[in-house]
Design a binder for this molecule. Structure first.
Ligand code: NAP
Ligand code: ZN
Ligand code: ZN
Length: 363
């Protein structure tokens, strides 16, 4: 018997309610799912708020079929804030009644080089992601935060405060860390000029965080109506990316560009904007391959990279940074019954700037 089989046999479960998709086109509907009873190192949270990430929509609609096919039923949600309702006997960092948060990762092997480096998202185990990952305790796949309760090992639970509001804190668990991590890796600071491409859930956090790190921030948007918001959120300048003359003016001026766009778009408009040795990092995850004009890299030793969320230690660092700087997401709180409508609005680019589900609406 291997470890996984042993884990599964030893696991007791309970039923809880959630919203699940049963196919790429079904939309989401109420469902009953199984969670494990907390083990000694686990905490069980009552979910209070859960952010709606564009990744939830990609996954529910099986838009990442090639790399991460969706198993149905699918319960998305990885921007989770909640209250601890049960803490296992060996839990040290949380007590019943404490607030806690869960992001995109719920377990990992803890011994591989990535885990040792605190980069559990790249665990060779592989990492157990919050939804649509094989669940080694319960079987089937993991279920996310569009649910009444979640159970997680305390090593993957984050400490949060309600000082800045819980609804606005939820999106930090994905949109926050996904933008913070590459900004920090690029050493963004007071002397940096940073571009943020796409002003959605990730993009608006990227703007706030780059501003808080002291950078000069320029937003690139396809939506001229967002220009005023971009400045309010902390940008120093806004470029409408569908205006070629405006785009050309930005040539060779950026140290770092963070691309958060969820759909296919032309990267060759952005690469020439980097200075020598500048970096463009993709966090947006369109499924279709995007062509790169290699000369745009070669002629100025530019770098084109990707980044995936961030590890647990860095996620806690980001939450603490946001608390210190008074940063949360700009959110529209919705009841879970409006989730299909919210997805439609996300596709239409009609959200300012993150939907967050008030899980009390699940009843
Ligand atoms: P979002 O709120 O929908 O924002 C995406 C933004 O992209 C939109 O607001 C829009 O900004 C721009 N955009 C949309 N369609 C476009 C098009 N056809 N051409 C050019 N620009 C377009 O989504 P999100 O939640 O921020 O997520 C963004 C992407 O990041 C998704 O692909 C998601 O799966 C991915 N993601 C990756 C990670 C990671 O770890 N790497 C983590 C979370 C999410 P403007 O109106 O300003 O142009
Ligand atoms: Zn996400
Ligand atoms: Zn590992």
């Amino acid at each position: 018997m291997n470890d996984t089989q042993a884990d599964r046999l030893a696991t007791r479960t309970f039923d809880t309610t959630a919203y699940a998709a049963s196919s790429p086109t079904s939309g989401l509907a109420p469902a009953t799912i199984r969670r494990r009873e907390p083990r000694p190192t686990d905490v069980q949270l009552e979910v209070l708020f859960c952010g709606v990430c564009h990744s939830d929509l990609h996954q529910v609609r099986d838009e990442w079929h090639k790399n991460m096919p969706t198993t149905y039923p699918c319960v998305p949600g990885h921007e989770i804030v909640g209250r601890v309702v049960k803490a296992g006997s060996a839990v040290r960092r949380f007590r019943e009644g404490d607030l806690a948060a869960v992001g995109c990762i719920v377990d990992s092997c803890r011994t591989c080089p990535s885990c040792q480096d605190g980069e559990e998202q790249f665990c060779e185990g592989p990492a157990m992601f919050t939804y649509n990952s094989p669940d080694r305790f319960v079987g089937g796949v993991t279920f996310g935060g569009y649910s009444k309760s979640v159970v997680v090992d305390e090593a993957f639970a984050l400490q949060i405060s309600d000082r800045l509001g819980l609804a606005g804190t939820a999106p930090l668990l994905c949109a926050g860390i996904t933008t913070y991590s590459p900004l920090r890796r690029a050493n963004v600071g007071k002397t940096s000029k940073v571009g943020v491409v796409g002003l959605g859930g990730l993009g608006h956090m990227g703007v706030k965080l780059a501003n808080a790190l002291g950078a000069r921030v320029v937003v690139f948007t396809t939506s001229p109506r967002k220009a005023e918001d971009a400045i309010r959120l902390g940008a120093h300048d806004v470029v409408v990316s569908t205006e070629p003359a405006e785009m050309r003016k930005q040539a060779k001026s950026f140290d770092f560009i963070l691309d958060t766009v969820s759909a296919a778009h032309d990267l060759n408009g952005y690469l020439p904007m980097l200075k020598r040795d500048g970096t463009l990092t993709m966090v947006g995850a369109p499924e279709a391959p995007l062509p790169i004009e290699v000369m745009n890299l070669v002629l100025a030793r530019r770098r084109f990279t990707g980044s995936l969320i961030g590890g647990i230690r860095e996620t806690q660092e980001m939450l603490d940074f946001c608390l210190e700087h008074g940063l949360t997401a700009d959110v529209e709180v919705i009841p879970i019954q409006k989730i299909d409508e919210a997805y439609e609005r996300l596709v239409r680019n009609d959200v300012k700037y993150r939907f967050v589900i008030d899980m009390a609406s699940l009843g």
